[in-house]
Design a protein around this ligand. Structure first.
Ligand code: TYD
Ligand code: MG
Length: 468
């Protein structure tokens, strides 16, 4: 019999090596490589599966046309959660929900479990991290102690599946968290990539064969990747990440992958003393406490999936005290900031080389759209010139490397949301004839970045003339 070879697996991304290394070449993580017996996926297969069978079974192939049905869904009744899943949990599907520890994953899932259980469906909540008493205490705090959710503190996947297979098929099974689960079929310690992968495989098979919807909770690492469970990401039907800033009360559930629904939708919640509350009008929340008189802030009219969302972009441009200027970004892509800064320097003659630049999306929101370029540029120029932007203006538009401001999608929706929140002017690129004028907003059309800089500079001069 062949000798068992030790393999080394990266605990972050699951890359396999045959010797130990300090840094994973696949994902760049340091000190993440650990020896695991039988970690090689092919070594853990039974011998019969390792070599292909001599002759396969013939099956019928089908055409694209034919009957197709919407997958059967179980809505949770929590609108912000259902929006992200695409209308409810799909029977027999598996969702991975990742997030920082303490962000509120267990809270959200307990609320979803209780909502379904109160609706008369069978729901099992399996905690591998907390004792039943702790889970109960949390439910009590949220006023959910009366709901008939079935609780257990277990970590062995075989035991869990055996227990759940008795009685009616649950509508929802929550596994909190996948990193604590282990199966008898592999030898590695719980929490290792091999265990996480094997446990997830068993639970996914259980979901597919029984028709129960299964939610796996996964913890993420500092850089936002789902640790260990990253190897699970492509095995499951949907991946959602629960984000937020511990300094703020609101939390965002974002669909990263969804085989049964949209991937760009977000659900917004607010952490209260009695669990998570839905936020139906997130723009108002993100603009709360805005200092309209201060230079360096611009309101970006963004889109998150089908929903418009207004956020405040804050910039601080200050002469650097050190040799190399600092560039720090929170909530936006640093590469995008570098590009906007380069365009401002090259085409609008701004000198930013000896300035520290800080850019922040207020409220802990993360913006991924290029449409934010114009708002970021406006905030930067405003901070540099010391002139506050008009408080009633909202910005959107993508910046090209030539300095041209390019149109973005869904302009009317963005403008309508801005109008709803009391803005009267939209500083935007020329629209492609889409319903211009159909919104109550006045358009301030910017064709090139120099026009924006000139407008803000004029405000600065006006202000200086008034004060001096
Ligand atoms: P939790 O759901 O345990 O986080 P996770 O499972 O993602 O690790 O939430 C933990 C935090 O939420 C904790 O700091 C306390 C806070 N919290 C509230 O503010 N209100 C509540 O009603 C509950 C249940 C938790
Ligand atoms: Mg938890």
């Amino acid at each position: 019999m062949a000798k068992r070879r030790a393999t080394y697996l990266c605990q972050e991304c699951g890359a396999v090596y045959n010797r130990w290394m300090g840094k994973c070449e696949a994902c760049g993580a340091w000190n993440s490589i650990v020896e695991e017996v039988g970690g090689d996926a092919s070594a853990s297969l039974p011998a019969a599966l390792r070599s292909p069978r001599s002759k396969g079974r013939v099956f019928a192939l089908e055409g694209l046309e034919g009957e197709s049905k919407e997958p059967p869904r179980t809505p949770s009744g929590i609108a912000e959660l259902d929006r992200v899943t695409g209308g409810g949990f799909v029977r027999g599907s598996v969702i991975l929900i990742g997030g920082d520890p303490g962000i509120g994953k267990s809270t959200l899932l307990m609320q979803a479990s209780a909502a379904l259980a109160n609706d008369g469906r069978r729901v099992a909540y399996i905690s591998g991290e907390e004792a039943v008493g702790q889970v109960r205490l949390r439910a009590e705090r949220m006023g959910l102690a009366g709901s008939p959710v079935e609780l257990a503190a277990q970590t062995n996947v075989e035991d869990i599946i055996a227990t759940l297979s008795e009685g009616a098929v649950p509508a929802l099974v929550v596994i909190d968290s996948i990193q604590t689960m282990w199966t008898d079929t592999v030898e590695s310690a719980p929490g290792t990539v091999t265990q996480v992968r094997a446990s997830a495989q068993h639970l996914i098979r259980y979901a597919k064969t029984s028709g129960a919807a299964v939610i796996l909770v996964g913890h993420v690492t500092k850089d936002g990747q789902i640790a260990g469970p990253r190897v699970v990401e492509h095995m499951v039907d949907a991946v959602a990440s629960f984000e937020g800033d511990s300094a703020h009360h609101f939390r965002i559930l974002r669909a990263v992958k969804n085989r049964f629904g949209p991937t760009d939708e977000i659900g917004v919640f607010e952490m209260t003393g009695k669990g998570l509350a839905e936020v139906a009008n997130p723009s108002a929340l993100f603009l709360e406490g805005r200092d309209t008189a201060a230079p360096g802030t611009a309101v970006f009219a963004g889109m998150e999936g089908t929903r418009p969302l207004l956020v405040e972009i804050q910039a601080l441009v200050a002469p650097t005290a050190l040799g190399t200027p600092r560039r720090a970004v929170v909530g936006w892509d640093p590469a995008r900031l570098s590009m906007v800064v380069a365009v401002l320097e090259a085409h609008a003659g701004l000198k930013l080389g000896m300035h520290d630049i800080y850019l922040n999306v207020a409220g802990g929101m993360r913006v991924t759209e290029p449409a934010c370029d114009l708002a970021a540029a406006a905030a930067l120029v405003s901070s540099l010139s010391g002139a506050a932007l008009p408080a009633d203006s909202a910005y959107f538009g993508e910046l090209g490397l030539s300095g041209a401001v390019r149109p973005v999608s869904q302009a009317p929706t963005r403008m309508k949301e801005a109008a709803k929140l009391g803005f009267s002017t939209a500083v935007i690129p020329a629209l492609r004839g889409e319903a211009d004028g159909a919104t109550p907003l006045r358009s301030n059309v910017i064709g090139h970045i120099t026009e924006l800089v000139a407008q803000i500079a004029a405000r600065g001069r006006h202000r200086n003339a008034a004060s001096g």
